[in-house]
Design a protein. Sequence first.
Lengths: 194, 194
Amino acid sequence: MPKLWNETIASHRHTVHEAILTATAELVSEHGLLSVTMSQIAERSGIGRATLYKYFPDIEAILRAWHERQIACHLHQLGELRERGGPPGERLQVMLEAYARISSGRFSHDHAVLELAAVLHTGAHVVEAEQQVHDLFKELLTEVAEVGGLRDDVAPDELATYCLHALSAARSLHSESAVRRLVMVTIAGLRPAR
Amino acid sequence: MPKLWNETIASHRHTVHEAILTATAELVSEHGLLSVTMSQIAERSGIGRATLYKYFPDIEAILRAWHERQIACHLHQLGELRERGGPPGERLQVMLEAYARISSGRFSHDHAVLELAAVLHTGAHVVEAEQQVHDLFKELLTEVAEVGGLRDDVAPDELATYCLHALSAARSLHSESAVRRLVMVTIAGLRPAR
DNA sequence: TTTCTAGAATGACAGAGTGTATCGTAAAAT
DNA sequence: ATTTTACGATACACTCTGTCATTCTAGAAA
């Protein structure tokens, strides 16, 4: 029996859609990636197995959708910070700290599965999603460069790549202060050459 | 019929073992991670399916073994560089460039699956393997710190984590010169505060 | 209100993969 | 020569998969 039934069909489908993504994320973090099955996902989502196939063709598609939801969420968080004014140098620091915090993720599978998704033979589609985050950083770094706060011997594009990867180290750090030090070190790499 | 038969049993088992790992890596890079099956691996390895189970209990175990082989290979490469003398500062640069080159991996799945393995619900075992690489860097950084070539407001331990992640950005870069610039930027983050 | 219909949910089915157990054979070790 | 070991093959019960035809319901039309 379908437990979840909202007013309209559209909202119902949306609810089920979300439930599937959440259930999948839970199962992956509980039992690992390779042992997750469509059957388990259907059961945990509270729908019939056959119904699941009306929403997603296979597990890879589900993980892709989940990954996109995560990226969208991160972009939203980072985008809000971008609204706030202030000198580019300060905004850079705020942004880097925010991203580091996101990377360190409440439950560690956040970022892990995120990087993982890039391997799932997905190719272009996933890369495109992460490209948006990359571009956000690239634009901010360009602004910083314009006020002379950035080294000029490396393009903002490459520096953005450097930032994203360096900050992903936050996942391996276990204290709030360590993350702050990581951001400090990362920024030191961006400063103009002496 | 068993195609591969060497002199001794030990060497035979070793040959089969390697063949399994290689076949699995190929299949993963061809068809993605989730669609690889024990049946396919057995066929490509040239052994019977039941025989495969005498070597590995499941796909996850195979990927774990493959991951360990990769790490061992990387450690060997990095270890050789460590033998060579010279001032710690220079050795650091050589080491970082070597690791960046390893990360950028000839065929991209090298590093990708490497990170992926960390998510495969393997937990401690895989982390331990990567810890060795981390320790190698940590020791080298400690030496650099002793001659005053390192910032002293962040522990070598955390700086090693920073290095490994920052250099993993090499995978996203497409030119040799870009990788060199990445190493330069990464090192800039390690220098003593002005 | 009652009827109608698009589409949501489902059970059932055939095909594939899994893990294990057994057996006969051939090569290695003693 | 005899024992030990590893192999391939086969078979089994089980789970997972992908796709039917069918049933049921929400929301619109009469």
